[in-house]
Write a new protein. Structure first.
Length: 265
């Protein structure tokens, strides 16, 4: 089985009515054609499944949601996504201007909106026949209540398991890696600070590979036998032209083979 994995599209529709927000986020609003180029590379790989690691949109609105789905539906196979914090973040126009609504405050409204288009963003388990895929909701810098029991009920079904989620785990090695790349990062925001127990209690020794997004900077660490694949973005932002839109191609066989594809500069 072959799986294509990418993260952080940050799609912004030209039909988005909050023009002032779109203008302020032009570095993503203008980047979507690079995802189209990446999508062509993914099509050439002929994957069986595509998994997005969240932030399909730069903020949730019906216009942005529909645009992201339009882009994703042109993929060559079925696709799934875990939620990212931007998928739950909203903006609301008031008499005094535009108010930003945090992912924590907006998640229920956004979840209902995604579900109205048939996009499920809760924890999900996919059995490939010889491998278990666990898609975890970490959009709020932690996993939902009940996730510990949900993992325990599913992770033993197959000998090999892969995890896909948006926010990297809260582990000392990951915190150190983030600060090495960008010392100004707010670690409470860029790791799962609400569930620091997740790896040690539920995943350690049970997961061969874990794929995360959110940081926008690619990297890979191996921690206690688990390879932690941190993905860059699925678009090339003019703000960081050196980081090209990229995806990981995961081939499941006797081993888990992971390689990177990216668009040409």
């Amino acid at each position: 089985m072959k799986i294509a994995v990418f993260s952080d599209m940050h799609a912004i529709s030209s039909r988005e009515p909050l023009h002032e927000v779109r203008t302020s986020r032009s570095f993503f609003a203008d980047a979507w054609p690079t995802f189209v180029k990446l999508r062509a590379l993914i099509r050439a790989e002929a994957p069986d499944l595509v998994i997005c690691l969240g932030d399909m949109v730069d903020w949730y609105s019906e216009a942005n949601r529909d645009f992201a789905i339009e882009l994703l539906n042109e993929l060559p196979c079925p696709w799934m996504s875990v939620p990212g914090n931007h998928d739950y973040q909203l903006f609301h126009r008031t008499d005094s201007g535009v108010r930003k609504i945090s992912a924590m405050e907006g998640c229920e409204t956004a979840r209902k909106g995604w579900l109205a288009r048939g996009i499920e963003l809760h924890n999900r388990y996919v059995d490939t026949g010889d491998c278990g895929l666990l898609l975890l909701d970490s959009a709020l810098s932690g996993v939902p209540d009940g996730t510990k029991d949900w993992i325990a009920a599913n992770i033993g079904k197959r000998e090999r398991n892969l995890v896909f989620t948006h926010v990297p785990l809260d582990l000392p090695q990951i915190r150190s890696h983030i600060l090495t790349v960008d010392a100004a990062r707010d670690l409470n925001k860029y790791v799962q600070s609400r569930t620091p127990w997740l790896f040690d209690v539920s995943l350690a020794g049970r997961v061969s590979d874990m794929f995360t997004g959110h940081l926008h900077i690619p990297g890979m660490l191996e921690i206690a036998g688990t390879r932690m694949h941190m993905l860059g973005t699925a678009v090339t932002s003019p703000r960081r032209p050196s980081l090209q839109a990229s995806a990981r191609i995961v081939t499941l066989g006797r081993d888990v083979n992971v390689r990177t594809i990216s668009i040409e500069p």
